[in-house]
Design a protein around this ligand. Structure first.
Ligand SMILES: [Zn+2]
Length: 249
Protein backbone atom coordinates (compact mmCIF):
# COMPACT_ATOMS: atom_id res chain seq x y z
CA UNK A 1 0.00 0.00 0.00
CA UNK A 2 1.67 3.15 -1.14
CA UNK A 3 1.11 6.64 0.15
CA UNK A 4 0.96 7.95 -3.41
CA UNK A 5 3.09 10.59 -5.08
CA UNK A 6 2.62 14.31 -5.19
CA UNK A 7 -0.23 14.65 -7.65
CA UNK A 8 -1.34 11.13 -8.45
CA UNK A 9 -0.78 7.79 -6.76
CA UNK A 10 1.49 5.33 -8.57
CA UNK A 11 0.40 1.83 -9.51
CA UNK A 12 0.81 -0.83 -6.85
CA UNK A 13 3.39 -2.63 -8.94
CA UNK A 14 5.88 0.24 -8.61
CA UNK A 15 5.94 -0.21 -4.85
CA UNK A 16 5.76 -3.99 -5.02
CA UNK A 17 8.72 -4.09 -7.38
CA UNK A 18 11.00 -2.31 -4.91
CA UNK A 19 13.15 -4.36 -2.63
CA UNK A 20 14.03 -3.12 0.83
CA UNK A 21 16.75 -3.81 3.38
CA UNK A 22 16.68 -5.96 6.50
CA UNK A 23 13.46 -6.28 8.48
CA UNK A 24 13.59 -4.78 11.95
CA UNK A 25 10.86 -5.92 14.28
CA UNK A 26 9.09 -3.57 16.68
CA UNK A 27 10.37 -0.18 15.55
CA UNK A 28 7.49 1.77 17.01
CA UNK A 29 7.10 5.20 15.42
CA UNK A 30 3.82 6.42 16.88
CA UNK A 31 4.08 9.48 19.10
CA UNK A 32 2.05 9.32 22.28
CA UNK A 33 -0.72 11.80 23.08
CA UNK A 34 0.72 15.28 23.47
CA UNK A 35 4.16 14.20 22.24
CA UNK A 36 5.66 16.36 19.51
CA UNK A 37 4.98 14.89 16.09
CA UNK A 38 6.89 15.26 12.86
CA UNK A 39 4.31 17.75 11.55
CA UNK A 40 5.50 20.15 14.30
CA UNK A 41 8.55 20.68 12.08
CA UNK A 42 6.31 22.65 9.71
CA UNK A 43 5.75 26.37 10.24
CA UNK A 44 2.20 27.30 11.34
CA UNK A 45 1.63 28.79 7.86
CA UNK A 46 2.77 25.61 6.10
CA UNK A 47 0.59 23.49 8.40
CA UNK A 48 -2.39 25.69 7.55
CA UNK A 49 -1.62 25.29 3.83
CA UNK A 50 -1.40 21.51 4.27
CA UNK A 51 -4.77 21.51 6.05
CA UNK A 52 -6.32 23.50 3.18
CA UNK A 53 -4.77 21.18 0.58
CA UNK A 54 -6.15 18.12 2.39
CA UNK A 55 -9.59 19.73 2.81
CA UNK A 56 -9.69 20.06 -0.99
CA UNK A 57 -8.84 16.36 -1.27
CA UNK A 58 -11.66 15.51 1.16
CA UNK A 59 -14.10 17.39 -1.09
CA UNK A 60 -13.48 14.83 -3.87
CA UNK A 61 -15.59 11.70 -3.88
CA UNK A 62 -13.93 8.35 -3.14
CA UNK A 63 -14.33 7.08 -6.71
CA UNK A 64 -12.32 10.06 -7.99
CA UNK A 65 -9.22 8.74 -6.17
CA UNK A 66 -9.73 5.43 -7.96
CA UNK A 67 -9.99 7.23 -11.30
CA UNK A 68 -6.75 9.12 -10.57
CA UNK A 69 -4.96 5.94 -9.57
CA UNK A 70 -6.00 4.19 -12.78
CA UNK A 71 -5.24 7.25 -14.93
CA UNK A 72 -1.67 7.25 -13.53
CA UNK A 73 -1.27 3.53 -14.29
CA UNK A 74 0.59 2.62 -17.50
CA UNK A 75 -1.73 1.46 -20.35
CA UNK A 76 -4.55 3.74 -19.15
CA UNK A 77 -3.13 7.06 -20.36
CA UNK A 78 -5.74 8.86 -22.44
CA UNK A 79 -8.62 6.51 -21.60
CA UNK A 80 -12.11 7.93 -21.14
CA UNK A 81 -12.48 9.06 -17.48
CA UNK A 82 -16.03 7.66 -17.46
CA UNK A 83 -14.66 4.20 -18.33
CA UNK A 84 -11.95 4.54 -15.67
CA UNK A 85 -14.65 5.49 -13.15
CA UNK A 86 -16.69 2.39 -14.04
CA UNK A 87 -13.62 0.18 -13.61
CA UNK A 88 -12.63 1.93 -10.37
CA UNK A 89 -16.09 1.49 -8.88
CA UNK A 90 -16.34 -2.14 -10.00
CA UNK A 91 -12.91 -3.04 -8.61
CA UNK A 92 -13.60 -1.33 -5.26
CA UNK A 93 -17.01 -3.04 -5.02
CA UNK A 94 -15.30 -6.37 -5.73
CA UNK A 95 -13.04 -5.69 -2.72
CA UNK A 96 -16.04 -4.85 -0.51
CA UNK A 97 -17.68 -8.14 -1.53
CA UNK A 98 -14.45 -10.02 -0.88
CA UNK A 99 -14.30 -8.55 2.64
CA UNK A 100 -17.83 -9.79 3.33
CA UNK A 101 -16.75 -13.22 2.07
CA UNK A 102 -13.50 -13.26 4.09
CA UNK A 103 -14.40 -16.30 6.20
CA UNK A 104 -13.89 -18.62 3.23
CA UNK A 105 -10.26 -17.56 2.70
CA UNK A 106 -7.11 -18.70 4.42
CA UNK A 107 -5.18 -16.90 7.19
CA UNK A 108 -3.24 -13.72 6.43
CA UNK A 109 0.53 -13.64 6.12
CA UNK A 110 2.81 -12.86 9.06
CA UNK A 111 3.23 -9.14 9.89
CA UNK A 112 6.69 -7.58 10.22
CA UNK A 113 7.16 -3.98 11.37
CA UNK A 114 9.92 -1.80 9.96
CA UNK A 115 10.72 1.86 9.45
CA UNK A 116 12.08 3.69 6.42
CA UNK A 117 8.67 3.85 4.72
CA UNK A 118 8.45 7.63 4.46
CA UNK A 119 11.31 8.06 1.98
CA UNK A 120 9.60 5.57 -0.30
CA UNK A 121 6.04 6.74 0.46
CA UNK A 122 5.19 3.22 1.56
CA UNK A 123 2.72 2.23 4.27
CA UNK A 124 2.92 -1.50 3.79
CA UNK A 125 3.77 -4.11 1.23
CA UNK A 126 3.31 -7.80 0.70
CA UNK A 127 6.49 -9.78 0.13
CA UNK A 128 6.34 -13.41 -0.96
CA UNK A 129 10.02 -14.14 -0.24
CA UNK A 130 11.82 -15.47 1.76
CA UNK A 131 8.48 -16.26 3.47
CA UNK A 132 5.13 -14.58 2.75
CA UNK A 133 4.85 -11.52 5.00
CA UNK A 134 3.16 -8.17 5.26
CA UNK A 135 5.72 -5.47 5.99
CA UNK A 136 4.30 -2.49 7.89
CA UNK A 137 6.19 0.80 7.84
CA UNK A 138 5.74 2.30 11.30
CA UNK A 139 7.08 5.78 10.43
CA UNK A 140 4.48 6.27 7.66
CA UNK A 141 1.72 4.87 9.90
CA UNK A 142 2.70 7.28 12.70
CA UNK A 143 2.53 10.21 10.28
CA UNK A 144 -0.89 9.02 9.09
CA UNK A 145 -2.16 8.95 12.68
CA UNK A 146 -0.79 12.42 13.35
CA UNK A 147 -2.33 13.69 10.15
CA UNK A 148 -5.79 12.25 10.91
CA UNK A 149 -5.66 14.24 14.18
CA UNK A 150 -4.39 17.44 12.55
CA UNK A 151 -7.09 17.31 9.88
CA UNK A 152 -9.94 16.38 12.23
CA UNK A 153 -10.55 13.18 10.24
CA UNK A 154 -10.93 10.86 13.25
CA UNK A 155 -14.58 10.10 12.46
CA UNK A 156 -13.37 8.55 9.17
CA UNK A 157 -10.06 7.11 10.37
CA UNK A 158 -10.19 6.22 14.09
CA UNK A 159 -6.93 5.64 16.04
CA UNK A 160 -5.25 2.44 14.86
CA UNK A 161 -7.50 2.12 11.80
CA UNK A 162 -4.71 2.96 9.38
CA UNK A 163 -2.55 0.08 10.63
CA UNK A 164 -5.49 -2.31 10.41
CA UNK A 165 -6.34 -1.02 6.94
CA UNK A 166 -2.74 -1.42 5.76
CA UNK A 167 -2.69 -5.04 6.96
CA UNK A 168 -6.09 -5.73 5.37
CA UNK A 169 -4.94 -4.10 2.12
CA UNK A 170 -1.93 -6.38 1.82
CA UNK A 171 -4.09 -9.32 2.87
CA UNK A 172 -6.29 -8.63 -0.17
CA UNK A 173 -3.19 -8.64 -2.43
CA UNK A 174 -2.20 -11.91 -0.82
CA UNK A 175 -5.66 -13.43 -1.46
CA UNK A 176 -5.57 -12.35 -5.11
CA UNK A 177 -1.97 -13.51 -5.48
CA UNK A 178 -2.69 -17.07 -4.45
CA UNK A 179 -6.15 -17.56 -5.96
CA UNK A 180 -6.36 -17.55 -9.77
CA UNK A 181 -10.17 -18.00 -9.62
CA UNK A 182 -10.42 -14.78 -7.62
CA UNK A 183 -8.29 -12.95 -10.19
CA UNK A 184 -10.54 -14.27 -12.98
CA UNK A 185 -13.62 -13.14 -11.05
CA UNK A 186 -12.11 -9.66 -10.71
CA UNK A 187 -11.37 -9.56 -14.45
CA UNK A 188 -14.96 -10.59 -15.12
CA UNK A 189 -16.27 -7.88 -12.83
CA UNK A 190 -14.26 -5.00 -14.30
CA UNK A 191 -15.56 -6.06 -17.72
CA UNK A 192 -12.56 -4.99 -19.78
CA UNK A 193 -12.82 -6.77 -23.12
CA UNK A 194 -9.30 -7.55 -24.26
CA UNK A 195 -10.37 -9.59 -27.26
CA UNK A 196 -13.61 -10.46 -28.99
CA UNK A 197 -13.94 -13.63 -31.09
CA UNK A 198 -17.40 -13.80 -32.59
CA UNK A 199 -19.74 -14.26 -29.66
CA UNK A 200 -16.87 -14.86 -27.25
CA UNK A 201 -15.44 -12.14 -25.11
CA UNK A 202 -12.07 -12.55 -23.44
CA UNK A 203 -11.98 -10.54 -20.21
CA UNK A 204 -8.72 -8.62 -19.99
CA UNK A 205 -6.73 -7.54 -16.97
CA UNK A 206 -7.32 -3.93 -15.93
CA UNK A 207 -3.96 -2.69 -14.62
CA UNK A 208 -4.47 -1.16 -11.17
CA UNK A 209 -7.77 -2.97 -10.52
CA UNK A 210 -6.15 -5.21 -7.90
CA UNK A 211 -4.94 -2.11 -6.08
CA UNK A 212 -8.48 -0.67 -5.96
CA UNK A 213 -9.86 -4.03 -4.87
CA UNK A 214 -7.36 -4.02 -2.01
CA UNK A 215 -8.44 -0.50 -0.97
CA UNK A 216 -12.13 -1.47 -1.15
CA UNK A 217 -11.41 -4.59 0.88
CA UNK A 218 -9.45 -2.68 3.54
CA UNK A 219 -12.06 0.08 3.86
CA UNK A 220 -14.85 -2.46 4.33
CA UNK A 221 -12.90 -4.74 6.69
CA UNK A 222 -11.94 -1.84 8.95
CA UNK A 223 -15.24 0.05 8.72
CA UNK A 224 -13.57 3.27 7.52
CA UNK A 225 -15.76 6.29 6.83
CA UNK A 226 -13.83 7.16 3.66
CA UNK A 227 -11.56 5.34 1.22
CA UNK A 228 -8.04 4.70 2.50
CA UNK A 229 -7.00 6.44 -0.74
CA UNK A 230 -8.09 9.79 0.74
CA UNK A 231 -5.70 9.39 3.67
CA UNK A 232 -2.89 8.13 1.43
CA UNK A 233 -3.33 11.19 -0.82
CA UNK A 234 -3.14 13.40 2.29
CA UNK A 235 -0.03 11.48 3.41
CA UNK A 236 1.62 12.23 0.07
CA UNK A 237 0.88 15.95 0.59
CA UNK A 238 2.27 15.83 4.14
CA UNK A 239 5.42 14.01 3.00
CA UNK A 240 5.87 16.72 0.35
CA UNK A 241 5.52 19.47 2.96
CA UNK A 242 8.06 17.75 5.24
CA UNK A 243 10.50 17.39 2.35
CA UNK A 244 10.19 21.13 1.63
CA UNK A 245 10.82 21.89 5.31
CA UNK A 246 13.96 19.71 5.25
CA UNK A 247 15.16 21.61 2.19
CA UNK A 248 14.84 24.88 4.13
CA UNK A 249 16.78 23.66 7.21
ZN1 LIG B 1 -1.58 -2.33 -2.83
Amino acid sequence: MTAGTRGAPPPATAAAAREGGQARPGTAGAAGPGAPGVLDRLTPARRAALRAECARLADLDDAEFGVRLLAATPTHEGRDPALLRRWAEAAAAFGVGLAADRGTHGPAARVVERDGGLEQLLLARYVSRPAPAVELFTDTLALGEELADLLGWRAWFPPGALRAAAVAHEEAHCLLHRDPALRRALRGRTGHTALRLGRFRIAGHVAGADELTAHGYAGARCGLGRSPLLLTAALASAAGALEEARGQD
